[in-house]
Design a protein around this ligand. Structure first.
Ligand code: ATP
Ligand code: MG
Length: 356
């Protein structure tokens, strides 16, 4: 699939923008703070309904306005489609697919597939477990409707159960209602764990050969989904932990506490890996993601590369750019020297200056 055109009004520092993109490699270049990432952010939002760098929709609306619009024209299997996002201050956003408003954000998942690669991806390796869970969830939500259903329900049940754990302090008689939530938590949680484990296996099968090539077989990578409970024992363990949960007013067992561990020669990369090793894993992860998404959707996702080329050595740059054949890519950078020096193929170049 490809993006053919992006239209923005009052989005970040864009008062008005109309951008016709090439189906291959597009470059957005310009000085810092001109609006390059803002364009990628707008495109990314049309895939997941959320920004990759902000949780607050009002931040996305131009300072001088009360509402903003993103209009994305895509071509998917030869069919033109349009995604509209209408951002409003103090109100939830409106989303429409081909002019028809959708009721739930999750209806947008899977319509438009993008993969974003930005310097913040290093956080997937470096930061705490929530970053890695978010990575898996964002990926699976684009690929698997059943996963979205289970995740939405799990999160709903989890927050209701946590609320109940707080209420029990004042109304202990409500304790008997806990079991209803526990059964549901175990049901949806079990499905989430199963699918995440599968995903990690799939991605790891693709990642390992890529990583071996990037590191000339000098490293030995293993990726493990670390769950705090076996699927089949989930209900039992939730029940066993009830008293503790009541005491701490929080749910202690379930996939919302799981993690993904990356090992090199048996040592955890998060703890022992160098900056370069972490960066290489992050790159391999993204390259593997491209291959996995391609095979699952039988189409190519759109790739957004935010400022990442300058952080990679030439071997890794080449590897990345080599894997971009036949995939629409939008690259941001501050200068074009690297592309010219390495004779990388570029199809369209845009200079970005103060939101134009
Ligand atoms: P860099 O090379 O540093 O990454 P960039 O070109 O990617 O820069 P962006 O992050 O796309 O920069 O845009 C940053 C600019 O957008 C800043 O000038 C910032 O003030 C402006 N900006 C951010 N949010 C808004 C908003 N809601 N309204 C108007 N301008 C905004
Ligand atoms: Mg930027």
């Amino acid at each position: 699939m490809i993006v053919t055109k992006l239209e923005l009004s009052n989005f970040r520092n864009y008062k008005l923008l109309e951008l016709d993109l090439d189906k291959q490699t597009n470059i957005l270049y310009g000085n810092n703070a001109q609006g390059k990432t803002n364009i990628l952010e707008a495109i990314y939002m049309c895939s997941t309904t959320k920004s990759h760098r902000s949780n607050k929709d009002f931040e996305l609306i131009n300072f001088d306005s009360d509402e903003g619009h993103i209009k994305l024209h895509i071509n998917k299997n030869g069919r033109e489609q349009r995604i509209d996002i209408h951002l409003r201050k103090n109100k939830s956003k409106g989303i429409a697919i081909n002019g028809i408003p959708i009721k739930k954000a999750s209806e947008l998942f899977g319509v438009f597939n993008v993969i974003i690669f930005s310097p913040e991806d290093l956080n997937i390796i470096k930061n705490g477990p929530s970053e890695r869970r978010k990575f898996i969830d964002m990926e699976l939500c684009q690929l698997d409707k059943i996963y979205v259903y289970n995740l939405v329900n799990y999160n709903k049940v989890l927050s209701q159960r946590n609320q109940l754990l707080k209420d029990l302090y004042f109304k202990p008689e409500l304790k008997q209602t806990l079991d209803v939530w526990d059964m549901q938590l175990a049901k949806y949680g079990g499905e989430i764990i199963k699918r995440r484990e599968e995903f990690i296996k799939e991605i790891s099968n693709i990642l390992i050969p890529i990583h071996n090539e990037l590191t000339d077989n000098q490293e030995d990578i293993e990726i493990i989904y670390e769950k705090n409970c076996e699927t089949d024992d989930l209900y039992e363990k939730i029940v066993t932990n009830r008293e503790k949960d009541i005491k701490y007013k929080n749910t202690s067992v379930g996939p919302h506490r799981d993690d993904v561990l990356f090992f090199n020669r048996g040592k955890n990369i998060r703890t022992y890996g160098s900056q370069g090793q972490k960066r290489t894993i992050a790159l391999s992860l993204k390259l593997a993601e491209i291959e996995l998404v391609k095979s699952l959707i039988n189409d190519t996702p759109v790739l957004l590369l935010d400022d990442v080329l300058s952080e990679l050595d030439s071997k890794r740059q080449n590897h990345l750019l080599k894997s971009l054949d036949n995939i629409q890519t939008i690259i941001t950078c501050t200068g074009l020297d690297e592309f010219i020096e390495n004779r990388f193929k570029i199809n369209k170049v845009f200079q970005v200056t103060e939101g134009t």
